[in-house]
Design a protein. Sequence first.
Length: 518
Amino acid sequence: MARSSSVKHQRKTSSPKKVVVIGAGMAGLACATRLAKLGHEVQIFEASDQVGGKCRTLWIEGFGFDIGPSLLTLPAVYKDLFLKTGGPSELIADLVPVNPAFAYHFANGKVIRFPNLSHSGVVDSISKELGDNQGVIWHRLLKRAELMWDASREDFIEGELRSLLSFLRRKQLLRDIKTIAPWLSLRKLTKKEGAGDEISKIIDRYATYSGSDPRKVPAVLLTIAFVEEAFGAWHVRGGLGQLPIALADRFQKLGGSINLNSQVTELTLNEGRVSGIILENGEEISADIVVSNIDSELLYNKLIPKRFGNYKTWAQRRSIARTTKSFSGFSLLLALNGKSDVNHHTVLFPENYDDEFDALFHEKTPPMDPAIYICNPDDSALVPNEDSESWFVLVNAPLHDPKNGFDWNKSGIKEKYAETILSKIEERGISIRSRIRFMKIRTPYDLAVESNSPGGTIYGPSSNGARSAFLRAKNRSPIHGLYCVGGSAHPGGGLPLVAISAEIVANAISEREIDESN
């Protein structure tokens, strides 16, 4: 991906600041590394015992499972990150393209495999299985997605979205609005183009990349289809958990420090600006700048004392409260004996996809016939021997919310649901139960505890609604010296976007230095 003009080639600062980063998720690590390279004194405080946040590889008896992100798109974002902070990374240089990128299985028995990095190949695959008309429709949709990407990338994704007013002042606004079509949902755009049931389901699934409902998300999320097709689906050898480890190593080589098992309980403020943090053990750490990589709801409602702040702080809290949380995930980690022909990234679509979104957003119950994602990595480093497989099986799930939603800790719930998922897989002709060496079940409750995300939400706020992007936490907090990165801040969740949020904030801090020195 070509980097936009919003990316700044910054020199080392002449006035180093003391920076505290709350959270060692991917965005926190990325921002901390960029700031350390600029010469700032940077410390990261992480509540858990490891770096990476949701991006981690879990090892059990020689089997490795990517229990967070399981593919990397837009690898140029991370190539740029490593290049700008000290040089190329062997890890990024050794990325493996996944081919086919995805295998989509439908309830009617049809299977469409998307070759990696080949628009014409995808069109041919669709045409062969669904007819030339659907291939033409996919081509038309992807051309529209490319135009949307060009219209939104520089200012809306890679740029700092400070307000709705600043967005409305953009050059070429009328042209871009016509392209992006903010009045259309993703579902409506797909249907408007005449997509059949199979294409519609594939496009609908891109809404789930942000934990959202395709019937409500803006049509601009079609850009995900273009990004995935044009820039590819990639695998990190040894698991995506290697990515935060490599980034943490780069950060520490630049002089930064990482403090694990260090829960931040409060921000300290002085005369309307941030002055540091307080740890769970009562220790106070002073700082000129604080970068938050925790969920914005927790930041504004728990870490910032209610007695502090101003009208803008209150308005930010109100905006966050108006968002719809993204859903969570229920996963099975399956250590399997023997080999299969299940592709690296496989999706089993149900007959009625809408039932899943109704269950998640309205009924707040686990869908009984969900879309099932299977990650069967073609990576010998993730299995103890050649005659075995490590499957990560994921279905979208309601948040853990015993008071107002679903309680994942009720006795027998997770075991019963795991059996439902295994049965659904076997109904598609995929033998699995007889091959299981061991199975570990992970629920939204586990995700909530491990990542300190409310209810186990994966992406923070969902993208439901045309104004959803403007309700996310701003990268610059209304409190002077406080910045936000990560999935709950602009531009959103996912490995590429959280790294972009880190770059936006590093640039914003540098701009602030220039302003203060003048």
